[in-house]
Design a protein around this ligand. Sequence first.
Ligand code: SF4
Length: 231
Amino acid sequence: LDGKGDFAQYLSLLGIDFYPSTEPKTERTHRTEIHVAEPSVEFHEARVTLAQLEREAAGCQRCSLASERSHIVFGSGDAQAKLMFIGEGPGAQEDQQGQPFVGKAGQLLNAIIQAMGLERNKVYITNIVKCRPPENRDPKPGEMEACSLYLHQQIELIKPTVIVALGRVAAQFLLKSGEPLARLRHTIHQLNDHSKLVVTYHPAYLLRSPDQKRKSWDDLKQVITLLGNRS
Ligand code: SF4
């Protein structure tokens, strides 16, 4: 799926012209370094289902983001997905609908998923925080820590083969790193015993900076390869 034809399809879906890649063939070698992230919180020991966890989150007041939300945006997709996308937090349309990535950035994410040869309902999509930060600001560290109770249980229940961190905020939080996004890309991170993590640009950023879409495809090719190599 990482051939020239799929690249052309990806660029076409994302609205940019195709030209053949001139990247050196050694690139993949440079992108297979494994970095082991430190676990950030203790996981719940209780064995709960994803649906039970969502019901548990429904009335959550663990942080101040609860006060202005219309709906909690817990996550959506396949509870047994091999691929999980994690953004930073819901926006206005997500807050209204209670679903992740339903605005323009969501439409671009849909195109990305399609270009990868996958279906949205076969992957799982969520955010670091489940309630909308006001004015679409970045979630604060305390808010992300409070909400990580749910995120880490989602990861433990779904056990995806690959997690894609969408954007700097999600990547830095998941990897407990202060490194810039540019340094967190180009590495396949080992998040835990069962999930590798790949970092790429947030779709909202790609809408503002479409020239970065080609770089995002480099990251997504790594994801496709990892999914293809699962046993
Ligand atoms: S953002 Fe997370 S921790 Fe904060 S109120 Fe919403 S669900 Fe609870």
